[in-house]
Design a binder for this molecule. Structure first.
Ligand code: AMP
Length: 551
């Protein structure tokens, strides 16, 4: 299915999907959602990696199946780590944001169990949990799984790899027999196979071959900006990914030093790595980076050669290398060890050809993205901060001696006010910086049929309504004139005696040269760049080519 609208999802869910700007279902969603919406969907095994959109694939239809008039737990999602648990609970909350009566509880270790008990007592139809903490709560009889109708095992392979088999089995034994089990896994090792054999009844198996991130786990994004805005774009990207741990690749030692200097001045944990540093300095920087005392390393390709780090979240191409192979090598430093990684290109218009070459080299398309707005960055930072707060361990022993004084000092404030004040400590910096942040996107870019960027040139043509020419005919004519180069055409504006049209800038000369001796019916065709009309060429009349209206 090509659109969420065709899937019979509730209007409240469709509204949330719109807010999230999901334009169309990802392959796993197209395969799973319609099936799970059926009354008798049964058990299911879905082989799909993180990053493929699997959370929405099960989250949307299973939310739809929640009986909102009943406060009992109906959906249980088990995740291997608390990070995934929080992320999934957060995603499910966003999908169900307009389903007023749906409540999602995130149950994971390392956070206050009393608080989680309170949330469970207030009645959550969806529980998203890590196995250890959930089992603890089950044993304390603080939760009841006897009413669940759907159980999702998310990243089942990871859960078993982390040794949660016993917990899983103990939890399953507390759930009703007639529930549906949906097992999501990136791989199908023996232990996952055994679990599925033992607990799943005639499961439907779906393998998502075409993944958003590809087998190597790398997603490629490109941001188009003007050359002067490169650094501002870098800052926005880094601010949008608060947990970034990556390398910013520059072309020259000078550029490397400058970018690193700017980042350090702007208070990022960044340092340069290039050939003008001594061996000892280079070693020192690399060590800091390996130990994660730096979140960004600004480097030249040569200097980064000696660095082997497995868990980079991002590679940023501040400037593209001359050869596509070098880009492939740079981007291959992320998405390792089964993890997802993002390779980002900060690009200016003249890179367009290079980007196509890179796409051929990596055999994937590069997604052209819009530079984040100040609001998007502030929102992201704020929620990341809250997530960090949720997962922060409390060192009771160290903090207890100070608490009396702290409570006294805060006595005068309401709970809401305290939260707002704590959040503002960090957040004000971003709010202030991004208050009047301009749009950095280059507006003259559009996407061609393959999703690449197109810069248009605007042309004048001496045919108009008087010649009964229509937009499709005009496109056909350009196609015929240029001998079927299938040039991407933008806006068309047909006037009485003439017209304007936009066409892919890179075919500018092909179009201008195509009209030599060309006629449309009886009229000699003149095409000029619309802002250069006064310099229009005078055509020679030698080998006449006549184009006729197609009937
Ligand atoms: P997941 O595999 O569930 O972790 O999802 C990976 C990312 O894809 C998340 O950031 C989702 O918000 C995003 N995502 C999920 N579905 C879509 C969609 N249909 N269109 C665009 N992004 C999506």
């Amino acid at each position: 299915m090509n659109s969420f609208d065709e899937m019979n999802l509730l209007p409240d869910l469709l509204k949330a999907i719109k807010d999230l700007e999901f334009e169309k279902p990802m392959p796993v969603q197209a395969a799973v959602i319609p099936h799970l919406l059926k009354d008798d969907s049964g058990d299911m095994i879905v082989l799909a990696q993180t990053g493929t959109g699997k959370t929405a694939a099960y989250g949307l239809p299973l939310l739809q199946k929640i009986n909102t008039n009943n406060r009992k737990t109906q959906l249980l999602i088990l995740c291997p780590t608390r990070e995934l648990c929080i992320q999934v609970a957060d995603d499910i909350t966003s999908y169900g944001i307009y389903m007023k009566k749906v409540k999602v509880a995130a149950i994971f270790g390392g956070a206050s169990i009393e608080r989680q008990i309170k949330i469970l007592q207030s009645g959550a139809q969806v529980i998203c949990a890590t196995p250890g903490r959930l089992l603890d709560l089950l044993r304390r009889k603080e939760t009841d799984l006897s009413t669940i109708t759907n159980l999702v095992l998310d990243e089942a392979d990871e859960m078993l790899k982390m040794g949660f088999r016993e917990e899983l089995e103990a939890i399953m034994s507390e759930t009703p027999l007639e529930k549906n089990i949906l097992l999501f896994s990136a791989t199908m090792p023996d232990d996952v196979w055994q679990i599925s054999k033992r607990y799943l009844k005639k499961p439907l198996e779906i393998t998502i071959g075409e993944k958003n991130i590809g087998a190597d786990g790398i997603i490629h994004h490109c941001y188009m900006v003007q050359a002067k805005d490169r650094y501002l774009a870098l800052k926005r990207i880094v601010d949008y990914y608060p947990d970034i741990y990556g390398i910013v690749f520059c072309r020259t030692k000078k550029e490397t030093q400058e970018v690193a200097d700017h980042l350090m001045r702007d208070e990022y944990d960044a340092e340069p790595l290039h050939g003008d540093l001594s061996q000892a300095q280079r070693e020192h920087v690399m060590q800091k980076f390996r130990n994660k005392h730096l979140s960004l390393l600004v480097a030249t390709d040569v200097a980064a050669r000696g660095l082997d780090v497995d868990d980079l979240t991002h590679i940023i191409n501040y400037n593209l290398p001359d050869e596509a192979e070098i880009y492939t090598h740079r981007s291959g430093r992320t998405g390792r060890a089964g993890k997802k990684g993002i390779s980002i290109i900060i690009s200016i218009f003249k890179d367009k050809k290079k980007i196509s070459e890179i796409e051929r080299n990596i055999k994937k398309s590069i997604e052209i993205k819009k530079i984040f707005t100040g609001r998007e960055i502030c929102e992201r930072q704020l929620f990341s901060m809250i997530d960090k707060m949720i997962t922060t361990e409390i060192n009771e022993k160290e903090i207890n001696p100070f608490l009396d004084i702290i409570y006294k000092k805060l006595e005068w404030f309401e709970r809401d006010e305290v939260i707002k004040k704590f959040v503002s400590i960090q957040f004000n910096r971003f709010l202030e910086y991004y208050k009047n942040a301009p749009d950095l996107n280059v507006s003259e870019y559009n996407r061609d049929k393959k999703g690449g960027a197109v810069k248009y040139s605007r042309f004048f043509i001496n045919l108009g309504t008087i010649d009964k020419i229509t937009p499709p005919e005009l496109i056909g004519l350009i196609n015929d004139l240029t001998e079927k180069k299938h040039i991407t055409i933008g806006k068309i504006d047909i006037k009485r005696n003439f017209s304007f049209f936009e066409a892919d800038h890179k075919y500018r000369d092909d179009i201008l040269n195509s009209i030599e001796d060309a006629y449309f019916e009886d009229r000699k065709i003149v095409i000029e760049l619309s802002n250069e009309r006064q310099h229009g060429k005078v055509e020679k009349d030698s080998k006449r080519r006549t184009f006729h209206r197609k009937r």
